[in-house]
Design a protein around this ligand. Structure first.
Ligand code: UTP
Length: 307
């Protein structure tokens, strides 16, 4: 079973990050010097996936620009002997194939995934990565799921434990069978349950490996709960119609950059893990306790190194 394609739904409205997201994509929010979407694409490439189907809308042109050559800039950098500043992103562009599909109306995550139907083969498994969710771990989140999908020959969704009082913010799995401490067979999914109705505290995070059968489920559901077609409803439909669906406790630190506070945490978290930045960030954070020294000491130069 080869898994070489990833669908990246990026056509949401980003209401939690307005007004920034009025005209700019949140997927281009930087984590240090790389936009979030580049982290997602790098996670895929490290997982053996290099064929990308990005679901976009009219305010997302910057995503296409980022994964394209900029010959004028390259020429200027060449004259200054600074070509290597673009070598990382050029390598990514060379190694990848990008297809952009428009979702004309934001009719939900399920609808966004359905837009990719014509780019996926009839009996193919593919990754889905929500670019709001940044997962940092030595073994990329998608790679962890691909291993399980190959082993079980079935769809797999990523989950993480959340405190019981937070379950109502997530989709949560109901467990049919626990196979290992990290692997579960799913009987159903419940979207944003109340704490007392939650079947577990294993919340769905934004990584999936899905069978192309998901498209039949999305089409069969056809109804739009509160105006949206939900991916969780379609996965539920698959699980309840004889398709095995597994959940895997994905390893890593997860940041939800869909809100300003989540994005700030992601920047600080990634900076603290990066030897080029960690020392100065720690120093800066400790200086915040003594505001005067912070005011006079905030112009240190951090070099433009790749993450
Ligand atoms: P979210 O609900 O987390 O993101 O959707 P959003 O809709 O962009 O932001 P808020 O909630 O209004 O702040 C999860 C993922 O699904 C995509 C989003 O772009 C995000 O990556 N999505 C959602 C679509 O592509 N199309 C949709 O119609 C809805």
């Amino acid at each position: 079973m080869d898994i070489i394609k990833a669908v990246i739904p990026a056509a949401g409205l980003g209401t939690r990050f307005l007004p920034y997201t009025k005209s700019l994509p949140k997927e281009m929010l930087p984590l240090l010097n790389k936009p979030a979407i580049q982290h997602i694409v790098e996670e895929c490439l490290k997982s053996g996936v290099n064929n990308f189907i990005m679901i976009t809308n009219k305010s997302k042109y910057a995503l296409e620009e980022h994964f394209d050559y900029n010959l004028e800039l390259e020429l200027i950098l060449k004259e200054k002997d600074q070509e290597k500043l673009l070598s990382g992103i050029k390598k990514i562009i060379k190694a990848s194939r990008f297809t952009y599909v428009r979702q004309y109306e934001p009719l939900g995550l399920g609808h966004a995934v359905l837009m990719a139907k014509h780019s996926i083969g009839e009996k193919e498994y593919f990754g889905v990565l929500l670019p709001d969710d940044i997962i940092i771990h030595e073994q990329p989140g998608l790679d962890q799921l691909i291993k399980i999908a190959k082993q079980e020959k079935a769809s797999v969704i990523a989950v993480q434990e959340v405190p019981a009082e937070c379950v109502s913010a997530y989709g949560v799995i109901s467990i049919k069978k626990q196979l290992t401490p990290k692997l579960f067979q799913v009987s159903s999914l419940v979207e944003k349950p109340s704490q007392k109705d939650a079947p577990s505290n294993l919340a769905i995070v934004g990584r999936y490996v899905l069978s192309s059968k998901i498209f039949n489920s999305l089409e069969e559901i056809g109804t739009y709960a509160q105006g949206e077609l939900q991916l969780t409803d379609a996965i539920n439909h698959m699980a309840q119609n004889g398709e095995k669906v597994f959940a895997y406790k994905v390893q890593g630190t997860r940041y939800d950059i869909g809100t300003p506070i989540g994005w700030i945490k992601a920047i600080i978290g990634t900076a603290l893990q990066n030897p080029s930045y960690a020392g100065q960030i720690r120093e800066f954070l400790s200086e915040l306790d003594t505001p005067q020294s912070f005011m006079f000491n905030n112009s240190k130069n951090i070099s433009n190194k790749e993450l």
